[in-house]
Design a protein around this ligand. Sequence first.
Ligand SMILES: O=C(O)C/C=C/C(=O)C(=O)O
Length: 67
Amino acid sequence: MPTIRVEMFEGRTVEQKRALAQALTEATVRTLGGSPEAVDILFYDVARQDWATGGKLWSDPAQPPAG
Ligand SMILES: O=C(O)C/C=C/C(=O)C(=O)O
């Protein structure tokens, strides 16, 4: 069964997660076939202090551009 992991910043509402789960499930069935009951969606809420991009934590204040 397809299992889709969604890692995103914490703070999304349960309504947003419900809507995203529905949309991802529909897209998966449309693309791969099978039944919606075979699709699992796992949500992982990540704190901004636990996520870095380009070597910078998302919880840290943005730096002004150099120059
Ligand atoms: O919006 C989120 O929940 C996570 C976003 C991450 C990024 O925008 C990124 O890693 O660049």
